[in-house]
Structures are given as C-alpha cells and as structure tokens.
Design a protein around this ligand. Structure first.
Ligand code: ADP
Ligand code: MG
Length: 697
C-alpha cells in the first residue's frame, strides 16, 4: 500500500491569492491555471542564470548572462533609426548596450560614471560585443549588491501577463505549499524504483533551481525533477485512454458468432486468397467479435497490405449474425471507393449495402436513412456524416473506422454511442493508413488492442523511386508519354502551393491544361477537393476503367485510392510534403504485377530536412521504418497529424525525448488501476483537467 494522503481540502481558486482579481484570473485560465495548485504545475519553459556576474572580458557571443560595470559614454545617434548606445566597462573589457526604445530619463540615468547591472544576450556586433535591450538596473553606490540566489524561471505566458507577475504568483503558491501540499500521486515504490525526487521537492526545484543546478539538463528537460513530472503527465494521458476503454468495455456487445457459411462464401468468391498475415489478423478480429464485450482493435498495416478486405470479412460476420456494420472513411473519395468494393463483394451474398455522405440529395438521404433505420441495409458505408444526428441504426453491431489518424478519440467514442438503446455497444475496428511508430501507439492508442498485417500480397511489382529537380520537367512529361503509350496509367499530383484549398485546386486545373497541351494523345482527367462528388466519382471510375490514362490530382488521392493498373506516380513539390504523406501517395502505385515508378519532383535547392526525407524514400518502402523516421524528423504532434487527438497538449512531457518512460507507464498504470483508483482520478484532474472526457473510475 502506498501512503497517500486523502484529498484534504477543496482546491483553492487563484483569486484567493492577494492581488488576483477576475481579470487576472481570466488570463490565467488561458494557461490552464484556475486554482492555486495549478500554478505549481505551470512549469518554466526555460531558465536564466542570474546568480553570477560574468567579467565583461570573458564574454562570448550567445551567452545570456549578468554583467556589471560603469558607463563610459552614452550617445543618442541616428543610424537609419534613432538609438541609444551605451558603452559599459568593468576593468576586464567593455561592451556596447544598444537600445531602440528609450526615454530621456533613461538616457540621463545612463550618464558617464553610472554603475549598472544588466542581464541579456551577448551578440557579436560590427565593432565588438554588444547586448540589445538588456534588462538593467542602476546600482546606487559601490557596496556589493546581492545576486539572485536561485536560477530564474521563465514561464509560458499569454497576452497581457508579464513574466514578473507570473513569477510572483508562483512564489506565492509555493509558500502555500506548506499549508496545503499537493498530493503525491505516484506510489512510493515507483518513486524509489526510478530514483525520482518526491513531488514537493521536484516542484520547488523546478520553480527555483539552486544556483549550482545544471542549466543544460534543465533546458533539455532531462532533470529527474522534470522526468518525474513528465512521467506523471504521460501516465495521466495513458490512464485516461485506459479508462475510456474500461468504460466502453463495461457495456455489453452483441456476440457475433463465427457463422462460417456466409464468411466462407465471401472468401471463396474473392479473386485471391488472403495472405497469412491477413488470415491471422482476421482470426484475431473474429475472436473479439464472438465476445460479449465490445471489441476495441486497431489494425495496422502498410499501404497496400489489404486492410479493406479484412474489414469486409468482419462486416460479413456481423451481417451473418443479423447485425449491421458501418464503415466510415475520412474522405468522400475513399468512401465512394469502399462503397463500390463492398457493394461488389457483398451484394452477390444477398447483403444490401447503403451509402451515406454529406453530399447526398435530400431524397437519397431520406432513403438511406430509412434503410439504415429499418435494418434493410446490412452494411453502411460513408463519411463522418454517419455521426450526425438523425442517423439511427436498427441494430449496429460493428463500426469500422478506416484511416483512423484523421479522427480523434472523441469521434471514435461518439460512434460507439450509436449502439442499441438496450445498452449494447458495437464492436470497433480501427484501421490506420500508415503504420504508427511504437512509442506513439503506446501513448495514443492505449485504449486499443493492436493487430498488424505485416505482409504484402504476393506478385506485386517493385516501385522504383527517383528524385528529379523540377527544371527537368520536360523529361518527366516524356516519361508519362512513354508509360501511357505502353498501356499503363499515371498519376500527376499537383504542387502544394500553401494551405489554401482554393490555390491548390487552381494549380491542379492549370497543370491539367498544360499537360493536355503537352500530351494531346492522352485522355487526361482531373480530381480535386472542390469538385462535386459525382464529378469526382465519374473521373475516378473512368480512370479505374482505363478510359483515361493520366489523372491529375491534388493530394485528395493521398489516402486509400486503389487502381492496380496505375504504375507511374509523379509528385510535384515533393520537398514540401511530409514523409508519411509521400509514402501514402507512392502507395497508389505498385499495386499490380508490373514494376512501377515514383518520381519525386522538387524545387532546387533542397533544404537539409527535405533532402533527408527524399533520401529515406528512395532507400526504403517499409512503412514502419518511414514512420519512425517521420517521428524523428517532425515530432509526435505532426506524425499523429492532428490537433484533434487530444493527446498533444503535453505540458512537460515530450514523446520523442521521453520515449524511454513509456514502457514503465503501462506497468505503473496497471498498478494504479488495480490498487489506487483515487489517485487515478486525481492524476487526471491534475494533468488533463475537467474538460477531458474519461470513463468512471
Ligand atoms: P490498404 O491496406 O492500403 O487499405 P487495400 O485494402 O486497398 O490496401 O488493398 C490493396 C489492393 O490489394 C486491393 O486492390 C485489394 O483488392 C488487393 N488485395 C488485398 N488482399 C489481397 C491478397 N491477399 N492478394 C492479392 N490482392 C489483395
Ligand atoms: Mg485502405
């Protein structure tokens, strides 16, 4: 048993501190601070060492440091703009202080002979070392003036809230610690085992590190005091997902029996047999479906590994047991493709497949809703429109979410709540577009079991990847001409001008015009996000049927589009795209037996990171390796691709830096869930706040 104090008193609002009124309190909420204890968990983003004086003669550019000396000369000069230049010397050397904003009284105060202490960053100026706008104060006489006793914390701030103000508030809160200390929520064994300082010591240390503390360690976030808080934070996020899982699993689910008949008809009718990996993953899913608790399973697999057909098999099992299955895709284009596949696979088995997106006409929507509500539709394919109010399922047994990283945890939850009124929840199958690095999976998908399809279907051709500067565009056009003349098809993905969808689609239209001009013998189509669903579908269908040889597209085709005869992929401005996105785009080719090529066009000169990205893509087509590299290059926030994951507002922890803590997180979470449910609740309050939705402890 750990020695955990019971929650003592209700948390005190910040307004209990002297000098904190409603206006200041409002600003503090922007920093996640609403009660006094929150101030303790508002951790510095960096530190300054104002504990020591540095001799001016020993200064080096880049130092942030305190110096002291006498003013030799102060001048107000015009050098393109008005500025005040103050020469300061201490007997070991001299330095120039440069001010652009200053008052008359400041200039007077810095008259020759004045004794001044200042703190700032040393820079190399044209005529020697200088500090621009240092913080400074005049010292009155020649007696020694004390330096700061501790390192100075620099806090995250928000508009209208000054550093000094935050610092004073934190110090007030630190004084309050004595009266109402924050609870130690990590079990004592854990703290001992990891050699971490207790919570109180850690907080005091981080707000007021002693003069001898290692600035390097603190700035890198690797001090044990920081690591113990990072662990608490990661643990809290992990726990919140585990509680979501526990909550979902506390409901019943329909046991979808392995009715072999319909399933073997389905598998038997496929033009191929499942790979070993597909069979293994399907078995894992079938075991879950047969259970009376909702499945929560993530299927990972590289681009082209054949996740769709596995999902379809699961849908068949649900339908065979008399329940509905819903398949949700992140884009209209992908939803349409899934619909066509599912319809072709399932209609022959006598299963009705319905279709629902935001773009249906009112009449079609009404009909779809009726079929979904009556249960006539056994399988429903669509976009997030499926979440909307008014969509009532007759007997939802299985929800499949394709390309999960576009959806957040909360959206996932919303779908499960579409279960039966009687309280049965649907099974959930989540499929990711790209493999997720192990560390991220542990942190962000802790509510899910994982299955991995780690094998590609046999008979796939090679995909050769080359990088070509856009100055050689004419050669690339020739390449398209040759490929199409020999009967294959090509994609041309247009430049990512900027975030603006408007510019993207203009660029695509212009590119199509130019290419039609250069390649008059080819049938060239266009898809972009602004087109009407029917137009897009028409273009895709014609491309798939081979009626069109070249498809010019924006990155809307990034995810999931499947046309096996296409064997050439041209990507313009590849230097602007992330690794995962490029891997996805490249995954559109190499789906047939012919060898394929991917041409990464770039605008020279390449930056360092862009060059590394393109090199990695040329070297490997292993999505798992690419995902790890992506994590290294871009960091976890970008790799998860979202602001919506709810995982990324980490305050102290950094998933890349603190990876080594993650295996421990799972173990400690197990222990807390089993034995310290009170601590679990309070950890969530401390780190995630009331806004988060989590299950009942
Ligand atoms: P992803 O995993 O990227 O979603 P898809 O499910 O779109 O991949 O499958 C890619 C292509 O491979 C599709 O054309 C699909 O029909 C085909 N496919 C899937 N499984 C097999 C298999 N076992 N053998 C041959 N082709 C397969
Ligand atoms: Mg897919």
């Amino acid at each position: 048993m750990s020695k955990i104090r019971p929650a003592a008193v209700a948390p005190e609002p910040v307004t209990a501190l002297s000098g904190v009124g409603p206006a200041l309190a409002e600003k503090l909420t922007r920093l996640n601070v609403s009660c006094v204890q929150d101030l303790l968990f508002l951790l510095p983003i960096r530190y300054e060492d104002r504990t020591r004086l540095m001799e001016i003669g020993a200064l080096q550019p880049g130092m942030r440091i305190t110096i002291e000396g006498h003013v030799e000369l102060t001048d107000v000069v015009y050098r393109r703009r008005r500025m005040m230049l103050c020469h300061l010397a201490d007997g070991t050397g001299s330095i120039l202080l440069r001010f652009f904003h200053f008052s008359k009284s400041q200039a007077d105060g810095l008259a020759r002979g004045a004794r001044v202490r200042c703190f700032g960053e040393v820079r190399q100026g044209a005529a020697g070392l200088e500090m621009v706008h240092p913080e400074y104060r005049r010292l009155e006489d020649d007696s020694p003036v004390a330096m700061e006793a501790t390192l100075t914390a620099v806090y995250p701030t928000t508009e209208g809230l000054q550093q000094g103000r935050i610092r004073r508030l934190v110090h007030l809160a630190l004084r309050q610690i004595e009266i109402q200390p924050p609870e130690e929520l990590l079990p004592a064994e854990v703290i001992d085992e990891l050699g971490f300082p207790p919570l109180l010591d850690a907080l005091r240390y981080l707000h007021m590190p002693p003069a001898e503390a290692s600035l390097d360690l603190l700035d890198e976030g690797r001090h044990p005091a920081q690591r113990r808080l990072a662990l608490e934070e990661l643990l809290s996020h992990h726990l919140s997902l585990r509680l979501i899982r526990r909550d979902v699993r506390s409901h019943g689910a329909p046991a979808l029996a392995k009715t072999e008949g319909l399933l073997s008809d389905f598998l038997g009718d496929l033009p191929f047999s499942l790979t070993g990996a597909q069979q293994r993953v399907l078995r894992e899913i079938l075991d879950d479906l047969a259970d009376e608790r909702p499945m929560l399973r993530l299927v990972q697999g590289d681009v082209g590994s054949g996740k769709t057909v596995v999902a379809a098999a699961a849908a068949v099992v649900a339908a065979a047991s008399g329940f509905q299955a819903v398949i949700m895709a992140p884009t209209e284009l992908l939803a349409e493709q899934h619909f066509r596949n599912f319809d072709a696979w399932l209609s022959p088995l006598g299963l009705r497949v319905a279709w629902l997106t935001g773009r249906l006409s009112a009449a079609n929507r009404r009909q779809a809703l009726a079929e979904i509500g009556s249960g006539d539709a056994a399988v429903i394919v669509g976009t997030h429109a499926l979440f909307q109010a008014g969509v009532e399922f007759a007997r939802l047994g299985l929800a499949v979410i394709d390309e999960q990283h576009r959806f957040g945890v909360h959206q996932r939850l919303a779908l499960t709540e579409k279960g039966e009124p009687g309280g049965l929840r649907p099974h959930q199958l989540i499929m990711t577009a790209t493999p997720i690095p192990r560390t991220l999976a542990m942190a962000s998908y802790a509510d899910l079991d994982t299955s991995t399809i780690d094998e590609l279907p046999p008979g796939r051709g090679e995909v050769r990847t080359v990088a070509v500067p856009s100055s050689r565009r004419a050669e690339v056009v020739d390449r398209v001409r040759l490929a199409c003349a020999s009967g294959s098809q090509a994609y041309w993905v247009c430049p990512l001008i900027d975030e603006s969808e408007q510019l993207q689609y203009q660029a695509a239209e212009e590119t199509a015009v130019v290419l039609r001009d250069a390649l008059p013998e080819l049938e060239i189509g266009l898809v972009h996000g602004r087109m009407k669903a029917a137009q897009k579908q028409d273009a895709m269908e014609r491309f798939k049927a081979g009626a069109m040889q070249l498809l010019v597209a924006t990155t809307v085709i990034e995810v999931g589009v499947d046309v096996p005869n296409a064997s050439l992929m041209i990507i313009e401005n590849s230097e602007r795209m992330g690794l995962a996105q490029l891997h996805q785009l490249r995954g559109r080719v190499g789906r047939g037996s012919a060898d394929s090529s991917c041409v990464l066009m770039y605008q020279a000169p390449l930056g360092e990171i862009a060059e590394r990205r393109l090199r990695i893509l040329r070297q490997t087509s292993d999505g798992f390796r690419i995902a790890e590299e992506d994590l290294r290059l871009r960091g976890p926030g970008e790799v998860l691709g979202t602001r919506q994951t709810g995982m990324m507002q980490l305050r102290v922890a950094d998933l890349t830096r603190d990876q080594d803590l993650l295996p421990g997180v799972r173990r400690i979470a197990d222990r807390l869930l089993a034995r310290h449910s009170g601590s679990v609740k309070r950890l969530l309050q401390r780190w995630i706040g009331d806004a988060a939705r989590y299950g009942q402890v």
